[in-house]
Design a protein around this ligand. Structure first.
Ligand SMILES: [Zn+2]
Length: 428
């Protein structure tokens, strides 16, 4: 049966839509987007009056923990969490156990995706086992479906290896997503080095640990004409380096997480281990630079870095807790409540960063164009809710936003025309 989404407010900067439109879905595709589409007997009507319609979000940075750490998250629980948050495509990082650094590991994950609705895209490791300087078989993994390469969790070990990775990746048109952290400078640190690390007596990670690797990799991308994407950017100097790199025409893109946009290292003084994140939550000055970077296009993408952990792992002393927070189910409502309501960002800013740009940069769709896949999120801004980790679809309850009152929920997620979320509930 065809589906007709009626009366909703469509925001899709990629097709220049910002107004009331109807959307007709036939099979897996969007067949028509128009001001008024006449309902017919063979159409299921989805009443979107008073709601917003967006291209389904694309998250280029999630940790699904499968294989090897299924007690934290599985492909299925992670993809259900994604659907709940309005994401129709997520790309998972390869730092699992074992690491996704070969063709059969990629294929095994793709098999796990079957039977789930949200599209899963795999990111392959850049070097074997992540910590080595031996390049992976990128061509082989690309044939099996990878959309990018990354050693996330760690940076590519040294400059010469980055150079070789970028040169090799270029042959397969793959972008290196780099976790930018100079490990010698960051060693032993677990919160931002600044006022709070001093007053709390916690070992800090200076922002320069990030800046050094961002500078190194932009220089190397320029040297070999390669493509570099800076993961979870957090420091003001790093934003400036990306801005300058773009100005010089270097192929550099960047992503920021919702938690780095919303929180500062002040949150750490709660001793809530869900605020322990890598890169760490930084100062207000850094946060403002990240917001500016989103507004002027220096930062291309918003990605959650969804990093689930078991409850017992985070219920330890701050210093001993693992890094990371979940983010798929709170991302859009959090950004809407924090930034759209006070006119810092528009819906267009968010949709560009959460759908259009990741789709464009990694060739994954991300718009509501006619003839494209019907990957769609519908958002009701008039429903308030309180964040409660225990109600998440994700097995990870480690949210730094526990107890926050947010506005707006995703009521419907369609993936290739099929319901992944209906009436705000995951369709299993
Ligand atoms: Zn990372």
């Amino acid at each position: 049966m065809k589906k007709l989404i009626k009366g909703g407010y469509v925001v899709d900067p990629a097709t220049n839509k910002d107004g009331l439109y109807d959307i007709l879905i036939e099979g897996k595709k969007i067949s028509k987007v128009d001001i008024m589409i006449e309902p017919k007997a063979d159409m299921e009507i989805i009443d979107a009056a008073g709601q917003y319609i967006f291209p389904g979000f694309i998250d280029m940075h999630v940790h699904l923990r499968e294989p090897g750490q299924e007690y934290k998250e599985t492909v299925t629980t992670g993809l259900n969490a994604a659907a709940k948050g309005g994401f129709t495509t997520v790309a998972c990082m390869p730092n699992t156990d074992p690491i996704i650094d070969n063709r059969s590991a990629v294929e095994a994950l793709e098999r796990k995706m079957r039977g789930n609705k949200v599209n899963l895209k795999v990111i392959g490791a850049a070097t074997k086992g992540i910590s080595t300087d031996q390049l992976t078989e990128m061509g082989d993994m690309k044939e099996a479906g990878i959309v990018a390469i990354s050693n996330d969790g760690k940076p590519v070990p040294d400059a010469n290896t980055v150079r070789r990775v970028l040169e090799y990746a270029k042959q397969f048109d793959l972008i290196l997503i780099e976790h930018c952290e100079d490990l010698s400078l960051a060693k032993g640190g677990f919160i931002h080095e600044g006022y709070y690390s001093t007053t709390l007596g916690f070992k800090g990670i200076p922002r320069e640990a990030e800046d050094l690797i961002v500078a190194r990799d932009i220089a190397l991308a320029n040297m070999v004409d390669g493509k570099i994407h800076i993961a979870h950017i957090s420091s003001k100097n790093a934003v400036e380096l990306v801005r300058e790199g773009k100005r010089k025409g270097i192929n550099v893109t960047a992503e920021v997480t919702p938690h780095h946009l919303v929180l500062t290292d002040e949150a750490v003084s709660s001793f809530n281990t869900s605020t322990k994140i890598n890169p760490p939550l930084r100062s207000e000055e850094d946060r403002q630079a990240l917001i500016d970077g989103v507004l002027d296009g220096t930062i291309d993408i918003i990605a959650t870095d969804h990093a689930p952990h078991a409850r017992w792992e985070k219920e330890v002393e701050y210093a001993y807790a693992p890094f990371g927070a979940v983010g798929l189910e709170t991302a859009f409502s959090l950004l809407y409540t924090t930034f759209v309501k006070n006119n810092t960002f528009t819906f267009r800013d968010l949709i560009e960063k959460m759908a259009n740009k990741p789709g464009e940069i990694f060739k994954l769709g991300g718009t509501l164009k006619e003839g494209g896949n019907a990957d769609i999120a519908i958002f009701n801004p008039n429903i308030d809710w309180t964040v409660e980790g225990k109600t998440f679809e994700s097995m990870g309850q480690n949210t730094p936003f526990e107890g926050w009152d947010l506005e707006g929920v995703i009521t419907t997620t369609l993936v290739k025309g099929d319901y992944a979320v209906k009436d705000s509930q995951v369709v299993r």
